[in-house]
Design a protein around this ligand. Structure first.
Ligand SMILES: Nc1ncnc2c1ncn2[C@@H]1O[C@H](COP(=O)(O)O)[C@@H](O)[C@H]1OP(=O)(O)O
Ligand SMILES: [Mg+2]
Length: 471
């Protein structure tokens, strides 16, 4: 009983493996009435939406086939929630100089649309027509099933000994690939956590193959992009696109492909965190937290393995913070807790004691009279949970000498500030994202609401004076 709130239950994760009844071909699916019904419904929806126009065959055109993709969605207890089917074009038959750059997919992911809309707003692009009838939000690297499958075999040791998985590289390659494809601009700049150094070595070849397969499978399953099969060289190139150093001029994307790798490996919380810097300021943030329950995780609430999980937070400067389920529910505006009573302000901190001093936060909590035990979870999911008021305070105190990276805080920071919160270092200064890859800050990071910040800063100052050895 060390006050840790273990989260989410492993039982819940254990139910996320693909059920054996999910078909992989049309002939298998057509033997079951449930799958026939699902295909029929989807087909009717495509017809109703006038997704295609039938034309006579043209001998100079490359006719692509299409195929069905099947997915079973489960409730947390393992029972079937929904059977999803997609009709996707066989984009891998597209030919260079003929139709390589055309899009034939009749489906689109709501998540992709949302990201693109945010981009359009941030960049001042004109929006002509948006017609989203069938929104699909499945089959990405943010998927719990992908997490589970990868955990079986793909944990590698980076040269700095921190755990890194095929998912880190795969997620970076995929996001980088999509951003570059959607933003055809000479000045595309991405600051991201991983580099391809280890993958270019002889010993990295098998991992590179796995990454390439994962990314190609994800693209085919998702169906939003009709692109030819990507090669290992494409992967290395996409990963290396994230080599930018950022800085105070121009626009830079900032990506942590899997934030909280240790949580990911443990089967707990992790996040995919993407932000946009404009002249050194964060103007856009998207935080995908596949294992975070949609219901509050704050205070003393008892969690159940039946809680639905998978949250997407997004924030644009001046426009607030919104949360939706990764399943594609309507977004809701979220706000930080407005409490000014520090005794009822429960707080978040790292699950890993090596990432943040639990002694220091315990001393601070005591000074504030906080009654609830700390909520310890991995990754920027903490910023997401704080932005919707699950708790009122986030404390982070790495050991002396640790340099914070911008990708670990950029998306989380705007998600909290746009929800009405304040994020500062231990001296009360706002975080400065304009200095390149690192945040040069004083001692630690705090997030709370405006009313509690002065009290919190005082408690932090006193605790740092009393137990400087905690860091
Ligand atoms: N020794 C350390 N002290 C503080 N943070 C660390 C340390 N090592 C890694 N991290 C980073 O802390 C973040 C996760 O923090 P949290 O405890 O909130 O989950 C990760 O981005 C992780 O970096 P990395 O992504 O390189 O593993
Ligand atoms: Mg990280």
């Amino acid at each position: 009983m060390d006050g840790t709130v273990p989260y989410p239950s492993r039982k819940c994760l254990a139910t996320t493996v693909t059920p054996s009844e999910t078909p992989t071909s049309y002939s298998a699916a057509s033997k079951h009435s449930e799958w026939r019904d699902a295909m029929n419904q989807e087909y009717q929806a495509l017809l109703q939406n006038h997704t295609w126009t039938v034309v006579p065959p043209n001998p100079s055109s490359n006719v692509l086939g299409c195929r069905w993709v099947y997915r079973t969605k489960l409730h947390a207890d393992g029972s079937i929630k929904r059977r999803k089917v997609w009709l996707v074009a066989k984009g891998y038959h597209q030919q260079p100089d003929l139709d390589l750059h055309e899009t034939f997919s009749p489906v689109v992911k709501a998540l992709t649309i949302r990201l693109i809309l945010s981009l359009a707003v941030a960049r001042g692009w004109p929006l002509c027509q948006i017609d989203i009838q069938n929104a699909f939000l499945h089959g990405t690297l943010t998927d719990q099933k992908v997490q589970k499958a990868l955990l079986q075999s793909d944990v590698q040791a980076k040269s700095d000994k921190s755990p890194v998985t095929v998912a880190d590289y795969g997620s970076q390659a995929l996001v980088s690939f999509v951003l570059e494809r959607e933003l055809p601009s000479d000045s595309f700049s991405l600051v991201a956590e991983e580099d391809s150094g280890d993958l270019r070595k002889e010993s990295g070849q098998e991992t590179l193959q796995r990454i390439t397969k994962l990314v190609n499978d994800t693209i085919v399953n998702d169906g939003s992009f009709s692109v030819p099969t990507l090669t290992m060289e494409d992967m290395l190139r996409a990963i290396d696109s994230g080599k930018s150093d950022g800085g105070s001029h121009g626009r830079h994307w900032v990506l942590d492909p899997i934030d909280g790798t240790k949580g990911f490996v443990r089967g707990d919380q992790y996040a995919i965190a993407l932000a946009l810097l404009d002249e050194g300021k964060v103007v856009l943030g998207v935080l995908a937290c596949p294992n975070l329950p949609l219901a509050s995780i704050g205070g003393n609430r008892l969690h159940s393995s039946h809680d639905e999980v998978g949250c997407l937070f997004f924030a644009k400067v001046g426009a607030g913070t919104y949360m939706q389920s990764l399943d594609g529910s309507s977004p809701i505006k979220v706000n930080v807790s407005t409490t000014d009573n520090s005794e009822e302000a429960s707080f978040f901190e790292s699950f890993e004691a090596a990432h943040s001093s639990h002694d220091l936060s315990s001393s601070i909590a005591k000074k504030l009279g906080v009654k609830a035990p700390p909520v310890r979870i991995d990754s920027q999911a903490k910023y997401g949970a704080l932005s919707r008021g699950d708790g009122a305070i986030y404390l982070r105190f790495p050991r002396k000498g640790y340099r914070e990276k911008i990708w670990d805080h950029a998306a989380g920071c705007i998600v909290v500030t746009e929800a009405g919160g304040v994020v500062a270092d231990a001296a009360g200064n706002p975080l400065d994202f304009s200095k390149g890859k690192y945040l040069d800050l004083d001692t630690g990071i705090l997030a709370t609401n405006e009313k509690l910040m002065p009290l919190l800063l005082k408690a932090v100052r006193e605790s740092l004076e009393e137990i400087p050895s905690a860091l």
